[in-house]
Write a protein that binds this ligand. Sequence first.
Ligand code: GLU
Length: 442
Amino acid sequence: MTKPIVRFAPSPTGRLHVGNVRTALMNVLFAQAEGGTFVLRIDDTDLDRSTAEYEQGIRDDLSWLGVSWGKTFKQSDRFGMYDEAAAKLKAAGLLYACYETSDELDRQRKLLRVAGKPPIYNRAALELTDAEKSALEAEGRTPHWRFKLSGGTVTWHDLVRGEQTIDMSSLSDPVLIRGDGSYLYTLPSVVDDIEAEITHVIRGEDHVTNSGAQIEIFRALSDHLPEFAHTPLLVGGDGKSLSKRLGSLSMLELRQQGIEPMSIASLLAKIGTSDAVEIRHSLKALADEFAFTKIGRAPARFDEKDLTALNAKLLHETPYADVKDRVPGDEDFWNIVRANIEKISDIDDWADIVLKPMSGEIAAEDKAFCETAAEFLPAKVTPETWGSLIAHLKAETGRKGKGLFMPLRLALTGQQHGPSMDDMLQLLGADKAKARLRGQAA
Ligand code: GLU
């Protein structure tokens, strides 16, 4: 097989969210698996809604995820190419001028629905004579332009969905150019896919019907036709649509919450596939396991709880060298703390208690008890020390439950709640622990 060329084509009208990052990953992983090229295309033909900040946000989010692109361009730089393609379609009689207002089209659709017919555009504009068109333009109407679908069937072998057949007679001729001359997404996408020699169009299954029309446009413009893979959409852990929640599931938001890039990438690459959802430490590792045949047809469930759990798992497996610029303390501190955190920022609670000098709280009635504890502590604290300390104190003093644990926790950490004490004691070490148990700052 020739090396694939794929593209991810977000619109810079918002930040990237888990839905479009999943599409990006499918493209990146397939390209990496096959030694192909990943193209980043910015779909900014909607000049009113696209912004430079969102475009930069897309690049930042992808870079943060570890995704790089072999080539990038934006559609707003290429209107000349789209104009040429439109001229070619017009010359072939495949792109025709329509003058109906949106109110008129609404009314037509309503009438068709009432009559029990599908609301398909009636192609009245195809019958207009030049004189009628001039008269309409003299009224101040500017045309929008529709692509004339074949009315036959379009079939392709989808790499995820298998054989697909679209009955083109069940669709309205799509508008490619609006009345104000601006392009909808449909034509520029095909023109770019031809020019960039895209071999595989990998995108969400909300584009399946588009693909029918776009395949006819490909055929009208060139001999180039990519393969298609339409992946099922994401739903929430409850099986419900994520559409209303996507704002809070942006890369920016998740990143601010302290989720690591490979936690997101691992989850999005694996959900909805026949592979187990497990942490992988690099995109390369995910790419090695990528196959279209593993992607199921059912919606992929995205549950934030899984993301937190995977993030914890990832941190537990992360060596000090990979985080040393981001965390306080030394390697020993990290090796103990990492098993207790879900997010890197959780480490602050531990650092505050262990690394900053403090004197714990000891009530008058607990002074002797804490002194007994201090005396018992060996010079070197091991993972077993806490257990033997508790057993010893229980036997010596008869205390149990809260009366046994709480004075120690308060003396050693200054807090009623917090991380597990066996790890905490080890992190403090014998000297600090003894001092705190004696009410001294350490
Ligand atoms: N800009 C389009 C979207 O975000 C691209 C779809 C495609 O990949 O062709 O839906």
